[in-house]
Design a protein around this ligand. Structure first.
Ligand SMILES: [Zn+2]
Length: 80
């Protein structure tokens, strides 16, 4: 069996494949280091994406100036 395409692997990582297909891909990945690595990267990207999504509401654009002021205040008050 040759490697599934990236779309299939991505769907597999997201749990979006039909059970039979996911079974085939899972068996392939267990034997194929290249696909296992691709899946691991997908999971890391996924985790990073989720982290970015949770960070965005915390730092809205309107508060960028405020957070810069906070940073410089922090630098000044830090003992040298
Ligand atoms: Zn493969």
């Amino acid at each position: 069996m040759h490697c599934p395409d990236e779309q299939t692997l991505t769907s597999f990582a997201d749990g979006e494949l039909a059970p039979g297909e996911a079974d085939d891909v899972g068996r392939h990945v267990a034997r194929c280091p290249a696909c296992a690595e691709f899946l691991q990267e997908q999971r890391q990207l996924d985790a990073l994406g989720r982290m970015a999504l949770t960070l965005i509401p915390v730092t809205p654009l309107s508060s960028t100036v405020g957070s810069e002021a906070w940073n410089s205040r922090d630098l000044k008050s830090r003992p040298h």
